[in-house]
Design a binder for this molecule. Sequence first.
Ligand SMILES: Nc1ncnc2c1ncn2[C@@H]1O[C@H](COP(=O)(O)OP(=O)(O)OP(=O)(O)O)[C@@H](O)[C@H]1O
Ligand SMILES: [Mg+2]
Length: 467
Amino acid sequence: MAQRQKTAQSQKKELEILLEARNVTKSFESTERQQRNTHPVTVLDDVSLKIAAGEFLAILGPSGSGKSTLLRLLAGLIQPTEGQVLFKGVPQYGTNPHLALVFQSFALFPWLTVLQNVELGLEAQEIPKTQRIKRSLAAIDTIGLDGFEDAYPKELSGGMRQRVGFARALVVEPELLFMDEPFSALDVLTAANLRKELLALWRESKIPTRAIVMVTHNIEDAVNMADRIIVLGANPGHIRVELAGLPQELRNPQREAYTQLVDLIYRVMTTPHQKVAKLLPAHTALTETGKLTPIAPSPKLPDHEVLPHVEIGDVTGLIELVHSHGGREDLYQLGRDLQLEVDELLPLIEAASILGFASAQEGDLVLTPIGNTFAEADVQEEKKIFKQQALVNVAMLRQIVDALQDAPGHVVPEEYFIDNLRQHFNENEAWSQLETAINWGRYAELFSYQEERGVFRLEDPEIAINE
Ligand SMILES: Nc1ncnc2c1ncn2[C@@H]1O[C@H](COP(=O)(O)OP(=O)(O)OP(=O)(O)O)[C@@H](O)[C@H]1O
Ligand SMILES: [Mg+2]
Protein backbone atom coordinates (compact mmCIF):
# COMPACT_ATOMS: atom_id res chain seq x y z
CA MET A 1 0.00 0.00 0.00
CA ALA A 2 2.73 2.39 1.04
CA GLN A 3 4.61 1.32 -2.06
CA ARG A 4 1.63 2.01 -4.25
CA GLN A 5 1.14 5.43 -2.74
CA LYS A 6 4.74 6.19 -3.39
CA THR A 7 4.44 5.14 -7.01
CA ALA A 8 1.34 7.23 -7.44
CA GLN A 9 3.15 10.16 -5.90
CA SER A 10 6.16 9.84 -8.10
CA GLN A 11 3.92 9.52 -11.16
CA LYS A 12 2.15 12.66 -10.16
CA LYS A 13 5.49 14.36 -9.73
CA GLU A 14 6.61 13.14 -13.15
CA LEU A 15 3.69 14.86 -14.78
CA GLU A 16 4.20 18.25 -13.22
CA ILE A 17 4.37 20.51 -16.23
CA LEU A 18 7.24 22.95 -16.00
CA LEU A 19 6.99 24.63 -19.34
CA GLU A 20 4.32 24.71 -21.97
CA ALA A 21 4.04 26.18 -25.44
CA ARG A 22 0.45 26.75 -26.51
CA ASN A 23 -0.23 27.19 -30.20
CA VAL A 24 2.95 29.11 -30.67
CA THR A 25 3.61 30.72 -34.03
CA LYS A 26 6.68 32.76 -34.86
CA SER A 27 7.19 34.99 -37.86
CA PHE A 28 10.19 37.13 -38.60
CA GLU A 29 10.21 40.37 -40.50
CA SER A 30 13.23 40.41 -42.71
CA THR A 31 15.74 42.99 -41.63
CA GLU A 32 18.74 42.08 -43.72
CA ARG A 33 19.85 43.44 -47.06
CA GLN A 34 17.34 45.45 -49.04
CA GLN A 35 14.37 46.17 -46.88
CA ARG A 36 11.81 46.77 -49.52
CA ASN A 37 9.21 44.26 -50.54
CA THR A 38 9.87 42.03 -47.60
CA HIS A 39 7.16 39.94 -46.06
CA PRO A 40 7.10 38.35 -42.64
CA VAL A 41 8.06 34.71 -42.92
CA THR A 42 6.52 32.11 -40.66
CA VAL A 43 9.23 30.00 -39.09
CA LEU A 44 7.14 28.07 -36.59
CA ASP A 45 3.49 27.31 -37.11
CA ASP A 46 1.13 26.39 -34.31
CA VAL A 47 3.51 24.47 -32.07
CA SER A 48 2.18 23.09 -28.81
CA LEU A 49 4.24 21.06 -26.41
CA LYS A 50 4.69 20.43 -22.72
CA ILE A 51 7.83 19.73 -20.78
CA ALA A 52 7.27 17.73 -17.63
CA ALA A 53 9.49 17.53 -14.57
CA GLY A 54 11.81 14.54 -14.69
CA GLU A 55 12.02 14.20 -18.44
CA PHE A 56 14.72 14.51 -21.02
CA LEU A 57 13.24 15.73 -24.29
CA ALA A 58 15.11 15.63 -27.59
CA ILE A 59 14.14 17.74 -30.59
CA LEU A 60 15.18 16.60 -34.06
CA GLY A 61 14.44 18.18 -37.40
CA PRO A 62 16.01 19.23 -40.66
CA SER A 63 18.13 22.33 -40.85
CA GLY A 64 15.98 25.43 -40.83
CA SER A 65 12.93 23.72 -39.30
CA GLY A 66 13.03 26.15 -36.39
CA LYS A 67 14.65 24.06 -33.64
CA SER A 68 16.80 26.88 -32.33
CA THR A 69 13.95 29.34 -32.68
CA LEU A 70 11.72 27.02 -30.65
CA LEU A 71 14.33 26.80 -27.88
CA ARG A 72 14.72 30.57 -27.80
CA LEU A 73 10.95 30.99 -27.62
CA LEU A 74 10.66 28.49 -24.79
CA ALA A 75 13.52 30.21 -22.98
CA GLY A 76 11.79 33.57 -23.28
CA LEU A 77 14.66 35.07 -25.27
CA ILE A 78 12.20 35.93 -28.02
CA GLN A 79 8.43 36.30 -27.90
CA PRO A 80 5.93 34.35 -29.99
CA THR A 81 4.03 36.15 -32.71
CA GLU A 82 0.95 34.22 -31.67
CA GLY A 83 0.27 31.84 -28.83
CA GLN A 84 1.80 31.66 -25.40
CA VAL A 85 4.61 30.13 -23.41
CA LEU A 86 3.76 29.29 -19.81
CA PHE A 87 6.18 28.52 -17.01
CA LYS A 88 4.42 26.46 -14.34
CA GLY A 89 1.12 27.61 -15.73
CA VAL A 90 1.95 31.31 -15.71
CA PRO A 91 2.45 33.19 -18.98
CA GLN A 92 6.12 33.94 -19.40
CA TYR A 93 7.34 37.38 -20.35
CA GLY A 94 11.01 37.96 -20.93
CA THR A 95 13.89 35.65 -20.21
CA ASN A 96 13.13 32.83 -17.83
CA PRO A 97 15.61 33.00 -14.91
CA HIS A 98 14.96 29.36 -13.99
CA LEU A 99 16.33 28.16 -17.27
CA ALA A 100 19.85 27.97 -18.67
CA LEU A 101 21.06 27.40 -22.21
CA VAL A 102 24.10 25.67 -23.62
CA PHE A 103 24.94 26.35 -27.25
CA GLN A 104 26.96 24.50 -29.85
CA SER A 105 29.99 26.65 -29.35
CA PHE A 106 30.21 28.63 -26.24
CA ALA A 107 31.15 32.26 -26.37
CA LEU A 108 33.71 32.50 -23.60
CA PHE A 109 35.36 35.80 -22.87
CA PRO A 110 39.02 35.28 -23.75
CA TRP A 111 40.23 37.84 -21.22
CA LEU A 112 38.43 36.15 -18.32
CA THR A 113 39.55 33.00 -16.51
CA VAL A 114 37.44 29.87 -16.33
CA LEU A 115 36.21 30.91 -12.88
CA GLN A 116 35.32 34.42 -14.02
CA ASN A 117 33.57 33.07 -17.11
CA VAL A 118 31.46 30.74 -14.96
CA GLU A 119 30.71 33.52 -12.45
CA LEU A 120 29.14 35.47 -15.30
CA GLY A 121 26.29 32.99 -15.20
CA LEU A 122 25.36 34.44 -11.83
CA GLU A 123 25.77 38.06 -12.79
CA ALA A 124 22.08 38.62 -13.30
CA GLN A 125 21.35 37.43 -9.78
CA GLU A 126 22.19 39.55 -6.81
CA ILE A 127 24.45 37.20 -4.98
CA PRO A 128 27.34 38.30 -2.75
CA LYS A 129 30.77 37.86 -4.30
CA THR A 130 31.94 35.15 -1.87
CA GLN A 131 28.79 33.18 -2.52
CA ARG A 132 29.25 33.59 -6.23
CA ILE A 133 32.76 32.23 -6.11
CA LYS A 134 31.72 29.33 -3.94
CA ARG A 135 28.96 28.29 -6.29
CA SER A 136 31.11 28.77 -9.37
CA LEU A 137 33.87 26.60 -7.91
CA ALA A 138 31.32 23.92 -7.12
CA ALA A 139 29.95 24.01 -10.68
CA ILE A 140 33.48 23.83 -12.11
CA ASP A 141 34.14 20.83 -9.92
CA THR A 142 30.89 19.10 -10.93
CA ILE A 143 31.61 19.48 -14.60
CA GLY A 144 35.12 18.07 -14.27
CA LEU A 145 37.22 21.20 -14.62
CA ASP A 146 38.72 21.13 -11.17
CA GLY A 147 42.22 22.58 -11.36
CA PHE A 148 41.46 24.81 -14.35
CA GLU A 149 39.77 27.64 -12.43
CA ASP A 150 42.49 30.13 -13.31
CA ALA A 151 43.13 28.99 -16.87
CA TYR A 152 42.18 31.22 -19.78
CA PRO A 153 39.98 29.88 -22.61
CA LYS A 154 42.86 29.77 -25.09
CA GLU A 155 44.62 27.26 -22.84
CA LEU A 156 41.66 24.87 -23.05
CA SER A 157 40.74 22.22 -25.60
CA GLY A 158 37.36 22.44 -27.39
CA GLY A 159 35.87 19.86 -25.06
CA MET A 160 37.03 21.74 -21.98
CA ARG A 161 35.68 25.00 -23.29
CA GLN A 162 32.32 23.34 -23.77
CA ARG A 163 32.56 22.16 -20.16
CA VAL A 164 32.94 25.79 -19.12
CA GLY A 165 29.75 26.44 -21.08
CA PHE A 166 28.00 23.71 -19.11
CA ALA A 167 29.39 25.02 -15.81
CA ARG A 168 28.16 28.52 -16.65
CA ALA A 169 24.70 27.11 -17.31
CA LEU A 170 24.62 24.83 -14.27
CA VAL A 171 25.92 27.41 -11.80
CA VAL A 172 22.52 29.06 -11.74
CA GLU A 173 21.05 25.71 -10.67
CA PRO A 174 18.44 25.95 -13.40
CA GLU A 175 15.23 24.00 -13.18
CA LEU A 176 15.38 23.61 -16.93
CA LEU A 177 18.52 22.99 -18.93
CA PHE A 178 18.31 23.66 -22.67
CA MET A 179 21.01 22.50 -25.04
CA ASP A 180 21.27 23.45 -28.70
CA GLU A 181 23.48 20.90 -30.48
CA PRO A 182 25.86 20.90 -27.53
CA PHE A 183 28.13 18.16 -28.82
CA SER A 184 28.21 18.80 -32.55
CA ALA A 185 31.31 21.01 -32.54
CA LEU A 186 33.32 18.44 -30.59
CA ASP A 187 35.31 15.51 -31.91
CA VAL A 188 33.68 12.11 -31.56
CA LEU A 189 35.50 10.93 -28.44
CA THR A 190 35.23 14.21 -26.58
CA ALA A 191 31.54 14.36 -27.40
CA ALA A 192 30.98 10.78 -26.21
CA ASN A 193 32.76 11.50 -22.97
CA LEU A 194 30.91 14.71 -22.19
CA ARG A 195 27.60 13.12 -23.14
CA LYS A 196 28.20 10.24 -20.76
CA GLU A 197 29.19 12.49 -17.88
CA LEU A 198 26.24 14.78 -18.40
CA LEU A 199 23.85 11.81 -18.41
CA ALA A 200 25.39 10.52 -15.19
CA LEU A 201 24.96 13.91 -13.49
CA TRP A 202 21.36 14.01 -14.61
CA ARG A 203 20.42 10.43 -13.78
CA GLU A 204 22.10 10.44 -10.41
CA SER A 205 20.48 13.80 -9.59
CA LYS A 206 23.84 15.43 -8.98
CA ILE A 207 22.47 18.55 -10.60
CA PRO A 208 19.23 20.15 -9.44
CA THR A 209 17.97 20.43 -13.01
CA ARG A 210 14.44 19.05 -13.29
CA ALA A 211 14.11 18.71 -17.05
CA ILE A 212 16.42 18.80 -20.03
CA VAL A 213 15.61 19.75 -23.60
CA MET A 214 18.22 19.01 -26.24
CA VAL A 215 18.20 19.99 -29.89
CA THR A 216 20.31 17.62 -31.91
CA HIS A 217 20.79 16.53 -35.50
CA ASN A 218 22.03 13.15 -34.36
CA ILE A 219 19.30 10.51 -34.19
CA GLU A 220 21.36 8.15 -32.06
CA ASP A 221 22.07 10.88 -29.53
CA ALA A 222 18.35 11.42 -29.21
CA VAL A 223 17.61 7.70 -28.84
CA ASN A 224 20.46 7.23 -26.36
CA MET A 225 19.55 10.12 -24.14
CA ALA A 226 15.91 11.10 -24.38
CA ASP A 227 12.71 9.94 -22.72
CA ARG A 228 10.71 11.61 -25.43
CA ILE A 229 11.62 12.62 -28.97
CA ILE A 230 9.98 15.28 -31.08
CA VAL A 231 10.63 15.50 -34.80
CA LEU A 232 10.01 18.85 -36.44
CA GLY A 233 9.15 19.34 -40.08
CA ALA A 234 10.04 22.45 -42.05
CA ASN A 235 8.44 25.23 -44.11
CA PRO A 236 7.08 26.32 -41.76
CA GLY A 237 8.40 24.50 -38.71
CA HIS A 238 5.82 22.26 -37.04
CA ILE A 239 5.76 19.13 -34.91
CA ARG A 240 5.57 16.10 -37.19
CA VAL A 241 5.61 13.43 -34.57
CA GLU A 242 6.35 12.81 -30.97
CA LEU A 243 7.76 9.44 -29.95
CA ALA A 244 8.38 7.74 -26.65
CA GLY A 245 12.04 7.21 -25.88
CA LEU A 246 13.25 3.77 -24.90
CA PRO A 247 13.39 2.49 -21.35
CA GLN A 248 16.90 2.89 -20.02
CA GLU A 249 17.86 -0.78 -20.37
CA LEU A 250 17.04 -0.84 -24.07
CA ARG A 251 19.20 2.14 -24.96
CA ASN A 252 21.84 -0.03 -26.48
CA PRO A 253 22.67 -0.47 -30.16
CA GLN A 254 22.68 -4.25 -29.65
CA ARG A 255 18.98 -4.23 -28.82
CA GLU A 256 16.38 -4.61 -31.50
CA ALA A 257 14.13 -1.93 -30.04
CA TYR A 258 17.03 0.50 -30.34
CA THR A 259 17.75 -0.15 -34.02
CA GLN A 260 14.02 -0.12 -34.74
CA LEU A 261 13.56 3.29 -33.19
CA VAL A 262 16.64 4.73 -34.91
CA ASP A 263 15.37 3.31 -38.19
CA LEU A 264 11.88 4.67 -37.67
CA ILE A 265 13.13 8.19 -36.95
CA TYR A 266 15.37 7.88 -39.97
CA ARG A 267 12.39 7.01 -42.14
CA VAL A 268 10.35 9.87 -40.75
CA MET A 269 13.11 12.36 -41.39
CA THR A 270 13.95 11.13 -44.87
CA THR A 271 10.34 11.32 -46.05
CA PRO A 272 9.40 14.87 -45.10
CA HIS A 273 6.21 14.91 -47.15
CA GLN A 274 4.84 11.58 -46.09
CA LYS A 275 2.16 11.18 -43.45
CA VAL A 276 3.96 10.06 -40.34
CA ALA A 277 1.15 7.72 -39.35
CA LYS A 278 1.91 5.66 -42.44
CA LEU A 279 5.47 5.15 -41.31
CA LEU A 280 4.68 4.05 -37.81
CA PRO A 281 4.55 0.33 -37.16
CA ALA A 282 1.29 -0.66 -35.54
CA HIS A 283 2.88 -1.34 -32.17
CA THR A 284 4.78 1.95 -31.89
CA ALA A 285 4.26 3.38 -28.47
CA LEU A 286 3.55 7.03 -28.58
CA THR A 287 4.42 8.60 -25.28
CA GLU A 288 2.19 8.56 -22.27
CA THR A 289 2.96 12.21 -21.91
CA GLY A 290 2.72 12.27 -25.69
CA LYS A 291 -1.00 12.47 -25.23
CA LEU A 292 -0.27 16.00 -24.14
CA THR A 293 0.74 16.85 -27.67
CA PRO A 294 -1.10 15.32 -30.57
CA ILE A 295 0.77 14.16 -33.63
CA ALA A 296 0.42 16.58 -36.46
CA PRO A 297 -2.72 15.29 -38.19
CA SER A 298 -1.30 15.54 -41.67
CA PRO A 299 1.97 16.54 -43.19
CA LYS A 300 2.05 20.15 -44.19
CA LEU A 301 3.10 20.44 -47.74
CA PRO A 302 5.01 23.62 -48.33
CA ASP A 303 2.81 26.01 -50.27
CA HIS A 304 5.80 26.99 -52.33
CA GLU A 305 8.58 24.97 -53.89
CA VAL A 306 11.64 24.84 -51.68
CA LEU A 307 14.88 23.88 -53.34
CA PRO A 308 17.34 21.98 -51.17
CA HIS A 309 20.77 23.59 -51.28
CA VAL A 310 22.83 20.82 -52.78
CA GLU A 311 25.42 20.46 -55.50
CA ILE A 312 24.07 18.53 -58.47
CA GLY A 313 27.31 16.55 -58.56
CA ASP A 314 26.40 15.12 -55.14
CA VAL A 315 22.90 14.19 -56.33
CA THR A 316 24.42 12.46 -59.34
CA GLY A 317 26.76 10.57 -57.02
CA LEU A 318 23.85 9.46 -54.87
CA ILE A 319 21.87 8.23 -57.87
CA GLU A 320 24.86 6.32 -59.21
CA LEU A 321 25.44 4.70 -55.84
CA VAL A 322 21.82 3.54 -55.59
CA HIS A 323 21.97 2.33 -59.17
CA SER A 324 25.05 0.25 -58.40
CA HIS A 325 23.00 -1.39 -55.64
CA GLY A 326 20.32 -2.45 -58.11
CA GLY A 327 18.22 0.73 -58.08
CA ARG A 328 17.05 0.43 -54.49
CA GLU A 329 18.89 0.94 -51.23
CA ASP A 330 18.04 1.27 -47.57
CA LEU A 331 18.26 4.94 -46.57
CA TYR A 332 19.96 4.22 -43.31
CA GLN A 333 22.56 2.14 -45.13
CA LEU A 334 23.04 4.92 -47.67
CA GLY A 335 23.74 7.40 -44.88
CA ARG A 336 26.34 5.01 -43.50
CA ASP A 337 27.95 4.35 -46.90
CA LEU A 338 28.22 8.05 -47.62
CA GLN A 339 29.12 8.87 -44.01
CA LEU A 340 26.39 11.46 -43.93
CA GLU A 341 24.17 12.43 -41.03
CA VAL A 342 20.49 12.32 -41.83
CA ASP A 343 20.28 16.10 -42.11
CA GLU A 344 23.05 16.03 -44.69
CA LEU A 345 21.51 13.16 -46.64
CA LEU A 346 18.01 14.63 -46.55
CA PRO A 347 18.60 17.51 -48.99
CA LEU A 348 20.17 15.10 -51.50
CA ILE A 349 17.14 12.81 -51.35
CA GLU A 350 14.87 15.81 -51.64
CA ALA A 351 16.73 17.03 -54.73
CA ALA A 352 16.67 13.59 -56.34
CA SER A 353 12.94 13.33 -55.80
CA ILE A 354 12.14 16.87 -56.94
CA LEU A 355 14.02 16.10 -60.15
CA GLY A 356 12.06 12.89 -60.56
CA PHE A 357 15.09 10.61 -60.33
CA ALA A 358 14.17 8.75 -57.15
CA SER A 359 11.67 8.52 -54.36
CA ALA A 360 11.85 7.48 -50.73
CA GLN A 361 9.66 4.45 -50.09
CA GLU A 362 9.42 2.45 -46.89
CA GLY A 363 12.84 3.44 -45.70
CA ASP A 364 14.49 2.83 -49.07
CA LEU A 365 15.55 5.16 -51.83
CA VAL A 366 14.17 3.80 -55.10
CA LEU A 367 15.25 5.02 -58.52
CA THR A 368 12.58 5.89 -61.08
CA PRO A 369 12.97 4.57 -64.64
CA ILE A 370 14.39 7.94 -65.71
CA GLY A 371 16.69 7.81 -62.64
CA ASN A 372 18.05 4.48 -63.84
CA THR A 373 18.50 5.80 -67.38
CA PHE A 374 20.27 8.84 -65.96
CA ALA A 375 22.66 6.64 -63.97
CA GLU A 376 23.54 4.60 -67.04
CA ALA A 377 23.95 7.57 -69.40
CA ASP A 378 27.24 9.03 -70.61
CA VAL A 379 28.12 12.61 -69.75
CA GLN A 380 26.45 14.17 -72.81
CA GLU A 381 23.28 12.16 -72.39
CA GLU A 382 23.28 12.84 -68.65
CA LYS A 383 23.28 16.60 -69.20
CA LYS A 384 20.42 16.27 -71.66
CA ILE A 385 18.31 14.23 -69.26
CA PHE A 386 19.10 16.58 -66.40
CA LYS A 387 18.05 19.59 -68.46
CA GLN A 388 14.78 17.95 -69.34
CA GLN A 389 14.04 16.84 -65.78
CA ALA A 390 14.97 20.24 -64.37
CA LEU A 391 12.65 22.07 -66.74
CA VAL A 392 9.74 19.74 -66.19
CA ASN A 393 10.03 19.44 -62.42
CA VAL A 394 11.55 22.61 -61.04
CA ALA A 395 9.06 25.46 -61.13
CA MET A 396 11.70 28.06 -60.32
CA LEU A 397 13.86 27.08 -63.30
CA ARG A 398 10.86 27.04 -65.57
CA GLN A 399 9.91 30.53 -64.42
CA ILE A 400 13.40 31.82 -65.08
CA VAL A 401 13.52 30.32 -68.55
CA ASP A 402 9.99 31.58 -69.36
CA ALA A 403 10.87 35.09 -68.23
CA LEU A 404 14.09 35.03 -70.23
CA GLN A 405 12.32 33.88 -73.36
CA ASP A 406 9.89 36.80 -73.16
CA ALA A 407 12.41 39.45 -72.15
CA PRO A 408 13.94 41.83 -74.69
CA GLY A 409 17.43 40.56 -75.48
CA HIS A 410 16.65 37.54 -73.32
CA VAL A 411 18.19 39.23 -70.32
CA VAL A 412 16.49 39.64 -66.92
CA PRO A 413 17.92 41.20 -63.74
CA GLU A 414 17.97 39.09 -60.58
CA GLU A 415 15.68 41.57 -58.74
CA TYR A 416 12.84 40.29 -60.84
CA PHE A 417 13.14 36.82 -59.30
CA ILE A 418 14.27 37.79 -55.83
CA ASP A 419 11.20 40.00 -55.32
CA ASN A 420 9.05 37.01 -56.00
CA LEU A 421 11.02 34.75 -53.67
CA ARG A 422 10.79 37.32 -50.86
CA GLN A 423 7.08 36.66 -50.68
CA HIS A 424 7.77 33.12 -49.52
CA PHE A 425 11.14 33.23 -47.80
CA ASN A 426 13.06 35.49 -45.52
CA GLU A 427 15.76 37.63 -47.07
CA ASN A 428 18.63 35.18 -46.57
CA GLU A 429 16.68 32.17 -47.69
CA ALA A 430 15.32 34.01 -50.73
CA TRP A 431 18.89 34.62 -51.91
CA SER A 432 19.89 31.05 -51.07
CA GLN A 433 16.98 29.75 -53.14
CA LEU A 434 18.05 31.92 -56.06
CA GLU A 435 21.65 30.79 -55.70
CA THR A 436 20.62 27.15 -55.79
CA ALA A 437 18.41 27.75 -58.83
CA ILE A 438 21.40 29.42 -60.50
CA ASN A 439 23.65 26.45 -59.76
CA TRP A 440 21.13 23.93 -61.02
CA GLY A 441 20.25 26.03 -64.07
CA ARG A 442 23.92 26.44 -64.98
CA TYR A 443 24.49 22.71 -64.63
CA ALA A 444 21.53 22.10 -66.91
CA GLU A 445 22.91 24.77 -69.29
CA LEU A 446 19.53 26.48 -69.26
CA PHE A 447 20.88 29.97 -68.77
CA SER A 448 23.93 31.89 -67.75
CA TYR A 449 24.18 34.28 -64.84
CA GLN A 450 26.56 37.20 -64.60
CA GLU A 451 27.41 37.70 -61.00
CA GLU A 452 28.87 41.23 -61.25
CA ARG A 453 25.83 42.59 -63.02
CA GLY A 454 23.30 40.34 -61.35
CA VAL A 455 21.61 39.39 -64.61
CA PHE A 456 20.38 36.21 -66.20
CA ARG A 457 20.82 35.51 -69.89
CA LEU A 458 19.29 32.78 -71.96
CA GLU A 459 21.86 30.37 -73.38
CA ASP A 460 19.67 29.06 -76.09
CA PRO A 461 16.63 31.21 -76.95
CA GLU A 462 15.14 28.31 -78.90
CA ILE A 463 14.97 26.12 -75.83
CA ALA A 464 11.91 23.94 -75.92
CA ILE A 465 9.90 23.08 -72.88
CA ASN A 466 8.69 19.79 -74.23
CA GLU A 467 7.60 17.40 -71.58
N1 LIG B 1 16.09 36.54 -36.19
C1 LIG B 1 15.68 35.99 -37.34
N2 LIG B 1 15.24 36.76 -38.34
C2 LIG B 1 14.82 36.20 -39.50
N3 LIG B 1 14.79 34.90 -39.75
C3 LIG B 1 15.22 34.07 -38.78
C4 LIG B 1 15.69 34.57 -37.51
N4 LIG B 1 16.04 33.51 -36.74
C5 LIG B 1 15.83 32.41 -37.49
N5 LIG B 1 15.32 32.74 -38.69
C6 LIG B 1 14.93 31.80 -39.76
O1 LIG B 1 14.10 30.83 -39.20
C7 LIG B 1 14.30 29.56 -39.78
C8 LIG B 1 14.57 28.55 -38.71
O2 LIG B 1 15.81 28.86 -38.11
P1 LIG B 1 16.40 28.03 -36.90
O3 LIG B 1 17.76 28.55 -36.66
O4 LIG B 1 15.45 28.04 -35.77
O5 LIG B 1 16.46 26.57 -37.53
P2 LIG B 1 17.16 25.27 -36.97
O6 LIG B 1 16.18 24.17 -37.08
O7 LIG B 1 17.77 25.54 -35.64
O8 LIG B 1 18.29 25.05 -38.07
P3 LIG B 1 19.76 24.42 -37.90
O9 LIG B 1 19.56 22.93 -37.85
O10 LIG B 1 20.44 24.84 -39.17
O11 LIG B 1 20.37 24.98 -36.66
C9 LIG B 1 15.45 29.73 -40.76
O12 LIG B 1 14.91 29.87 -42.04
C10 LIG B 1 16.10 31.02 -40.32
O13 LIG B 1 16.69 31.68 -41.40
MG1 LIG C 1 19.71 25.58 -34.92
